[in-house]
Design a protein around this ligand. Structure first.
Ligand code: SER
Length: 319
């Protein structure tokens, strides 16, 4: 059996932190090379400081470890991206081009590319947004992901590379903190609830967004990558759904556990980003092609988030 050697870019990010551990468990700790811009003492196993905008550095890393698979998670997210539009485009696209070219030239046969609900703009049906909707994103992050989806499809068709992709909803997890996204409020809110602090929400109460619990997001990634190649009929990116909720609904589910929890709505520029995204997405293609089914609903997420964040703060305050 061929030994897989897996490189993860952006491994210190919200998804990368958890996906690295999951891939280490699946393939063995020595088969996974986590990488990010800065050292990260929290990882066990191989870690490389790697700036993916640097083609030569990426190439050296792929050759050094005889990499066979890449999970390219490094990117600037939606809200941060709007502060530096041209820089965001440059970083998100140049890192993807470097990963595609180095992979093509050095025998990497399988790649994962994360896309996002940010590819949709305000011209789609916002409830159960179809897989094949017109993509007219209103953020640079969304534009880079929509373009990236077409590039990975191009490399698949032109060079036969096995590249797979998911349009993630907002990811909610207790294991890591998100950075610079519009859906991040739905993680911060739980931290404030556990610390018994009031939460200032940068979205309006009734803004509905598609979300997914971290465990479901990681399972979807691994199930997609494990599926037989002939089942992967969509080579741009699959719509992926967990559940959808508003800020008001997540607040209510927290109040079932912390009745005194308080929230203030102070919408800022991120409200416009959220408003341009779907309320929910239709993921029937993922269900049909590779058997996707989410497990977590809002009440289960609230229970898991609160229990685990509580344990985290108890442990850190004891030290
Ligand atoms: N969670 C991401 C963001 O808010 C969307 O992909 O930017």
């Amino acid at each position: 059996m061929k030994t897989e050697r897996i490189l993860i870019t952006g491994a210190s990010g919200q998804l990368g932190t958890v996906l690295t551990k999951a891939l280490q468990e699946k393939y063995g700790i020595d088969s996974v090379i986590a990488s990010d811009l800065r050292e990260n003492p929290n990882f066990e196993g191989h870690f490389e400081v790697l700036d993916v905008t640097n083609y030569d550095a990426l190439q050296d890393c792929v050759i050094k470890y005889k990499i066979t698979q890449v999970y390219h998670l490094a990117a600037i997210l939606s809200a941060n991206g709007e502060q530096f539009p041209l820089k965001t485009w440059d970083i998100n696209m140049s890192t993807l081009f470097n990963v595609l070219e180095v992979s093509r030239l050095h025998g990497v046969n399988k790649l994962f590319y994360p896309s996002s609900i940010a590819v949709f703009g305000d011209e789609v049906e916002c409830i159960n947004t179809p897989q094949t909707s017109n993509l007219t994103p209103l953020t640079v992050y969304g534009m880079s992901k929509a373009a990236g989806e077409n590039w990975v499809n191009y490399y698949h068709k032109k060079y036969g590379m096995d590249i797979r992709s998911l349009r993630y909803p907002g990811v909610i997890g207790y294991q890591s903190l998100p950075g610079g996204g519009t859906t991040d409020y739905a993680v911060d809110i739980y931290h404030k609830a556990v610390k018994e602090e009031c939460f200032d929400c940068f979205l309006e109460a009734t803004t509905m967004l598609p979300m997914i619990f971290m465990d479901d997001a990681i399972r979807a990634t691994i199930e997609l990558m494990d599926a037989p190649a002939e089942n992967i009929k969509i080579r741009t990116s699959y719509n992926l759904a967990g559940m959808s909720f508003t800020a008001e609904q997540v607040c209510q589910s927290i109040k079932d556990i912390y009745p005194n929890f308080e929230i203030n709505y102070k919408p800022d520029f991120r409200q416009d980003i959220a408003k341009s995204w779907p309320d929910s997405v239709d993921d029937s293609a993922a269900r049909e092609d590779w058997g996707w089914k989410p497990k977590y609903d809002l009440s289960l997420i609230t229970k898991e988030m609160i229990e685990n964040i509580k344990t985290y703060y108890q442990l850190t305050t004891k030290i």
